[in-house]
Structure formats: C-alpha cells, structure tokens
Design a protein around this ligand. Structure first.
Ligand SMILES: O=C(O)Cc1cc(O)ccc1O
Ligand SMILES: [Fe+2]
Length: 475
C-alpha cells in the first residue's frame, strides 16, 4: 500500500462544533482565499459545490460545502441499477409499498450479526455495512423528500478499499451497538464506536471499514440507523433550560480533510484502478466504476458535512421534585417537520441518571402517543422492561406505533410501585434510545417475518398479567 501523507493521529483529528462553518485543508493553501471558484483553483484542484439545501434556502437553514478535489465527482461512466445484494435493504420502491401498518406492540430479539461468510482471517462475514443494512420500517417516499426509514445493520466485513457508497435519499444517522465503524468520507475520517453516533448527509460518499482485532480478524459490527428523507437533524431548543445542557454544540465532531495522493492517471478515465461507487436513489441501488478515487478532497469549507457525537457527553436533565417528565428532555437531535415542535424524527437517549422524585412512579408512565416510538438498546437494561431472554436486550428493538398503548411491563410496574423512594441511580452502564416520529411507520416483511426475531409473546408477557389494584373505590 502506498503511504499517504496522513498518519494515524492526523486521521482522527476533528473539528468541534454543531452546525458550524468549518474549513480544513490537508495541504496548506489548498483553499482559495476570499472566493470559492477562482479561474484556476489552487494546486491544480477542481472546485465542486455540494448543496444540502436549495441555493435559496434561508440563511439559518442553508447548508452547502465547497470541496477542492483532484477530480470532480461527475467524472464517471453511467450508473446502472445494481443487482440486489439483499432484498432487505429496501431495494426498489417495492418494500416501501409493501409496508405493514399494524397497531400491535412489537418487540424483537437481538438481530443477528453477519456470520454468513467464510471464516477466513480476513473476513468474518459476507455482508459489509451497505449490503448488511436491513430495512425494518419506514414512512413516506424519498422521491418526495418525505418521511424516513429505519434499519438494523449487521456487517461482517469492511467495504472494499476501492468502494464508496452514498445515498441521494437522505441523511443517515448511525447508532452502533456492537463493533466500531471506521468511516472514511469524502470530507475525512470518523471513528464511530458503540455509544457514539454519526450523521452522514445526503450525497456524501463514504466507505465503512471494520476494526481489526489483535488476531487480524475484523470485528463484526451491528447497530441501528435512521435515514431522514426530509429536513435535517438539529439540536433541540433548550427553552427555560437555558444556554447549555443536553447535547452541547462543542461536543459534535467533524472530520478534517484527508485524501489519497496516489492512483491517478492523466485523465479521469485512465487511472490504474477501478473504484466502485454505489448510490442509493429512490431506495434502489445503482453502481458505476470510475478510474479515480472518490477520496480525493484535499480541502473543504462549509456547513454541510458528516459528524459524530459521543453519547457519554450528554448532559442529562430531569425532575428534582416529582413526576416523570416527558422523554423530550432526553432529545439529542431533532429533525423538525414544517410544524414547530413536531419532529419527523427525534433521536432520544436514556442514559444513566439519578432519580429523586418524591411520591412519584419513577419509570415511564403508561401511555398512548400520537408519535411512533422505535426503541433500541445499545447496552445494559431499561427501567420499564425486564431484560434477559425474551426481554428487551441489547441489540434488540421495539416499536410502539401511533396510539399503541404501552408502558412498564408488569414486573417493572409492581417493582416501581412498591420501591422505597430514596435517591437512586438508574441505567448505570446502560443506554437505550428512541427514534420518535410524528409519522406512522410501516414494518417490512423482513422486520415482521424474515428476520425471525419478533417476540410473539411480547404483549401478553408484558401486560397480560397487569394486576387490578382497584378495591371497589376504597384505598
Ligand atoms: O415508551 C417508552 O419506553 C419511551 C418513553 C420513555 C419515557 O420516559 C416517557 C415516555 C416514553 O414514551
Ligand atoms: Fe413510549
């Protein structure tokens, strides 16, 4: 392998801030001064604009970046519709048309890792991050830039060194549950471990690698992802909380520019090697092979970029008097709809926290919600549900759709009803999360049947035995 100019420390340098205007250059003076598109950009680079919003979007919403690269992204042979690596990715608009909208509470045992491949030292699985994405549920339509998709992923091998993926359908929020993802993007590298998340915006090309264990095998990765067809994740308003709290802007990290300084021909079409680019376009994968690396961005500036966040940095806030607050206090990122306060997708976490509420039922209350609630567990347990076999366990998930009643299972309810209310730390070593959406989501065939993880007894075991405490109107 040719040596790049980038050593390992450089690779994981980040720029800190949310929704910031960043600039970064891997080679000094690669960014033009005081203009974006000079007649001849510095160092023989091409200037390329990447638009995340309409050119004319209002300033506070406008997202664009300028990339200074060795060859422009347009230099590639035509894309052709790819052979489906697996149906589950939601290939073709068809799985989206076949969504099952059902009012039942659903819970899944942990989804399988990808152990479908050879057991060779180099590759533990047949699927990489892209072919290992399983469409679980969704709403809307990427062609209309409306709605979202929810995935679980299981990757047993890295994407090829000469492969890149992008989605024209939406921004992808990735929540690793097991196994770190070494994400190489056009705009630089992001190392995303369990208990961290990343967001890769629409259009940005990237390659997901797994981390090698000491014995040389790649560590399989499993997790969850949400693709946002409309709008953009933002930090939630803080209202009376004030100017700091929840996820703080400075804890979001964006990559620094990094590029490959080798493998070029004299034109875009005569480089020594082929690079496979896969694009997701209206839920269909398309591929092309080009003879130059997509990882050739020497410098960039702008506010449209991928980023990561360490969930351990979340500043959790809760009640210090009584009653269980709405889970909106745990919102990390929120993608608003056109209606203020109503999110197409909220990303909410349940981190370790002190509960001190007096005369309070401390776990979540029983409820029915006009929003849909998809939950996953990164590690540990969740205070409203039992763990263990057949329970809510790391790597599993649940879906409580629009107006589907849910709340603590009978054991959690009785435990909390009778608990001594001294200050207690809940969730030590745990982190559950929720994708909450104003949209009713439908579940795919894969999610309902093919994955074979649906817990048939979930509802009955959780709530069938809920006790009658009513004593005919007497205490
Ligand atoms: O249903 C759930 O477990 C998620 C949830 C948590 C909470 O603290 C309040 C409401 C809510 O929907
Ligand atoms: Fe809920």
């Amino acid at each position: 392998m040719p040596v790049t100019k980038f050593d390992i420390e450089e690779k994981y340098k980040y720029q800190n801030g949310f929704d910031s205007y960043f600039e970064t250059e891997a080679v000094p003076n690669a960014l033009p001064t005081a203009q974006n598109s000079p007649q001849k950009p510095p160092l023989g680079l091409y200037a390329e604009k990447l638009s995340g919003t309409a050119f004319t979007a209002p300033r506070h919403e406008n997202k664009q970046s300028w990339l200074y690269r060795i060859l422009p992204a347009c230099s590639h042979p035509p894309f052709t519709a790819a052979q489906a690596p697996n149906e589950s990715l939601g290939l073709g608009p068809e799985p989206f048309r076949r969504l099952h909208h059902i009012p039942n509470q659903l819970r899944w045992d942990p989804f399988d890792h990808d152990n479908s491949g050879s057991s060779g030292a180099e590759s533990g699985g047949a699927h990489d991050f892209v072919s290992g994405l399983h469409l679980l549920a969704g709403a809307g339509d990427p062609a209309m830039k409306q709605g979202l998709a929810m995935y679980s992923y299981a990757a047993g091998k890295s994407m090829g060194e000469r492969e890149a993926f992008y989605s024209a359908d939406g921004d992808l929020l990735v929540v690793p549950q097991e196994g770190a993802l070494d994400v190489r993007t056009e705009m630089g590298w992001l190392l995303v471990r369990p208990m961290e998340i990343c967001v890769i915006p629409r259009g940005v090309r990237y390659q997901v690698r797994l981390i090698k264990a000491d014995n040389g095998t790649e560590q399989p990765a499993r997790g969850y992802a949400l693709e946002l067809f409309q709008g953009r994740f933002a930090l939630p308003e803080l209202g009376p909380i004030g100017s700091n709290g929840l996820a703080n802007a400075r804890d979001f990290q964006a990559p620094v520019a990094h590029f490959d300084d080798f493998d070029y021909g004299t034109t875009a079409s005569d480089g020594p090697n082929e690079y496979r680019i896969t694009g997701k376009f209206n839920n269909t994968l398309h591929t092309t092979t080009q003879r130059h690396t997509p990882f050739d961005v020497v410098a960039w500036h702008g506010n449209y970029y991928p980023y990561k966040y360490d969930l351990g940095r979340f500043n959790t806030i809760g009640s210090i008097s009584f009653d269980h607050p709405d889970p909106s206090i745990f919102t990390v990122l929120s993608a608003p709809s056109d209606h203020p306060g109503t999110a197409v997708a909220d990303f909410v976490i349940f981190p370790p926290r002190w509960l001190v509420g007096e005369d309070t039922f401390r776990p979540p209350w029983y409820h029915r919600n006009t929003m849909s609630e998809f939950m996953g567990l990164i590690r540990g347990g969740y205070d409203a549900k039992k763990g263990g076999k057949g329970g809510f366990v790391p790597g599993g998930a649940s879906l409580h759709n629009v107006m589907s009643g849910h709340g603590p299972d009978v054991e959690s309810y009785e435990g909390a009803r009778n608990a001594e209310l001294k200050p207690a730390k809940v969730g030590e070593g745990s982190c559950a999360f929720m994708f909450e959406s104003c949209l009713m989501v439908g579940v795919t065939d894969w999610g309902l049947k093919t994955c074979q993880k649906v817990q048939a007894e979930y509802s009955d075991h959780s709530w069938g035995g809920v006790k009658v405490h009513w004593k005919g109107g007497k205490e």
